[in-house]
Design a protein around this ligand. Structure first.
Ligand SMILES: O=P(O)(O)OC[C@H]1O[C@H](O)[C@H](O)[C@@H](O)[C@@H]1O
Length: 578
């Protein structure tokens, strides 16, 4: 069906209310907008479906949610009646329409005879992962667009291990979505009726208590916190999102006495009125938190993203300014700390393993291996880390103690299979207090790590390319890089050219091609003669190409110089599609 046909189908469908039809009518004379909204289905990316809210096949709205859920229900039903009877857990975040979408999804599952455990109110994403495992659900889903701007919403899908669906299962849902009509093939049931029939039950306090008790079990060193508690001040912001109860709670349980939460941002609001972007990766998001931190003279600022699966930190430097510690650096600090803390507490398992994504700093591997911890790379997305953790542990090949990505996601413990800002916030605070008890800030600790293991520097460049046009440009850039793989980048020889789609690595000196362990994802990589690694991939959550520069050098300035040099080259990729 062409996009115009799709548009007319929606415009005349009985499933749409008169108001919805009027909204669609308003764009009828704008063919570009109609095309953008109807040219195809939303794709399952790094974190499921994600899109701008609005009417249309390529937008997030109740019809698309029901369609996706019907497709998901078919995949579950195909597992047989026993699997379907295990039911699904459903969660949602603070966004406008998230509760409505979650209830609509619950209604579709119920209409398909699949029992639903629905959170009574918004909750952090990691609690959904936990609930799926805890209640032996066959699957789970979460209505959230994580850190995206307010106009977005999304749909994350989980399987029975509590991890987001790996590509082959996501592809099964996508295939069902293609096969099922968006209106005619969707079974749905009234929310209240499904509740009355016991097909939808609510999850609340009891689940929180179980989850939080696992989180608190991760504490390694209460003593260190007790030592500094009278002088240790910190600021926390949930950015109007789901971390607002559990993170302050666990920090208090850790023994933090002076915890200052940013009052304006403790107010739940899916429009995120006090920030340009609710993404804690962007230091500017912390403006209000910094203001409060200066007032109370805090040592640490911590901010969790709206669905509380990711967390970023800022610390006070010598000049008294708050500086962001990148995800790459935070992960290295936490990994190094956890190895030490677990060793001191006698809780480091035999055969410890750390996982990271292939676009995360090499330093993590160096630190892990120097401390007797094996380290593996995976593709971006915690579904891949969860898969690797499950595989290694089932085969008796090690116990994963820590998994992380440069994009400020951290997974710790065995009770979740997704990134978890609640546990990470707890341990980042414990770590900061531990160093404070030794007269060190996290910046000092980072410097010590560089001096011990070598200097590393990283940057991620985002080439934003929105809409249908942007999609074409991104494809063209990836195709051009494949067609003419660079032999030199910014004047430096490329030694190895990697294509993670085919899983092959080409040595430019010999022309020899060898197979790599990782394959099957649209990612390209270049190993340069000066030790720098460059990785290029289209984002799976936003319309952009991401270029990762991972450098090492003789000191910080040397790393910085390389990072700038290759970032400048990465900027030029923008024009490869012109
Ligand atoms: O690089 P992207 O595909 O946009 O993904 C960026 C991040 O998005 C989500 O938060 C995923 O859960 C993360 O695993 C991922 O690192």
């Amino acid at each position: 069906m062409s996009y115009q046909q799709q548009f007319h189908r929606w415009l005349h469908s009985d499933a749409l209310s008169p108001e919805e039809k009027a909204q669609l009518q308003a764009i009828a004379d704008d063919p570009k907008e109609v095309e953008d909204r109807f040219f195809g289905l939303l794709e399952f990316g790094t974190a499921g479906l994600r899109g701008v809210m609005g009417l249309g096949l390529r937008r997030m709205n109740v019809h698309v949610i029901r369609h996706a859920t019907q497709a998901f229900a078919q995949v579950i039903l195909a597992e047989g009646p026993a699997a379907a009877a295990q039911g699904v857990a459903i969660c949602y975040d603070c966004r406008v329409h998230s509760q409505e979408f979650a209830r609509a999804a619950a209604g579709v599952m119920a209409a398909n005879g699949i029992p639903v455990r629905l959170f009574e109110a918004m909750r952090p994403t990691p609690e959904l992962s936990f609930a799926v495992r805890e209640y032996g659900c066959v699957a789970g889903l979460n209505v959230t667009a994580s850190h995206n701007p307010p106009e977005y919403n999304g749909y994350k899908v989980y399987w029975s291990d509590g991890a987001q669906l790996p590509p082959q299962h996501a592809a099964a849902i996508a295939a069902q979505m293609e096969a099922l009509d968006v209106f005619d093939d969707v079974r749905t049931m009234d929310y209240e009726q499904a509740r009355a029939q016991g097909l939808i039950t609510l999850l609340g306090r009891e689940t929180d208590d179980k989850f939080l008790s696992h989180v608190l079990d991760q504490i390694n060193d209460r003593q260190a916190v007790a030592q500094v508690t009278d002088a240790f001040r910190m600021v926390y912001t949930p950015f109007h999102g789901t971390g607002y109860q559990q993170i302050p709670y666990v920090l208090e349980q850790l023994g933090i006495r002076y915890l200052h939460c940013v009052p304006e941002q403790m107010v739940i609001d899916g429009t995120f009125p006090t920030v340009k972007s609710p993404n804690p990766e962007t230091p500017e998001s912390f403006a209000l938190a910094q203001k409060l931190a200066k007032e109370v003279d805090a040592q640490l600022i911590l901010g969790s993203d709206p669905d509380a699966d990711r967390v970023a930190i800022q610390v006070k430097d010598r000049k008294g300014d708050y500086v962001q510690i990148s995800g790459n650096q935070t992960g290295v600090l936490l990994l190094d700390y956890l190895i030490g803390a677990k060793r001191r507490a006698g809780t480091l398992p035999e055969n410890p393993v750390a996982l990271k994504s292939l676009v995360t700093t090499q330093l993590a591997q160096v630190v892990a291996e120097a401390n007797g911890v094996r380290c593996y790379n995976t593709f971006t997305g915690f579904k891949f880390m969860a898969e690797k953790k499950n595989q290694l542990e089932a085969a008796g090949q090690g116990h994963v103690i820590f998994s992380y990505e440069e994009s400020i996601g951290y997974m710790i413990g065995d009770y979740v299979r997704d990134k978890d800002a609640v546990t990470a916030a707890l341990l980042l605070t414990e770590m900061t207090a531990w160093y404070a008890a030794r007269g060190m800030t996290l910046l000092d600790a980072l410097q010590a790590i560089y001096e011990t293991y070598g200097y590393y520097g990283e940057n991620t460049l985002n080439l934003v390319m929105p809409g249908l046009e942007g999609m074409g440009k991104m494809q063209a850039i990836m195709a051009a890089l494949r067609q003419t793989p660079p032999d030199q980048i910014a004047g430096t020889t490329v030694c190895l050219q990697r294509d993670y789609q085919t899983g092959t690595e080409r040595d430019t000196a010999t022309g020899e091609t060898t197979a790599m362990e990782l394959a099957g994802s649209n990612v390209l990589g270049y190993q340069l003669a000066d030790g720098t690694t460059l990785v290029v991939r289209p984002s799976g959550t936003e319309p952009k190409i991401k270029v990762y520069v991972l450098a090492s050098g003789t000191d910080s300035a040397d790393c910085q110089r390389k990072v700038e040099q290759y970032t400048a080259w990465a900027e030029t990729l923008r024009h490869w599609a012109d």
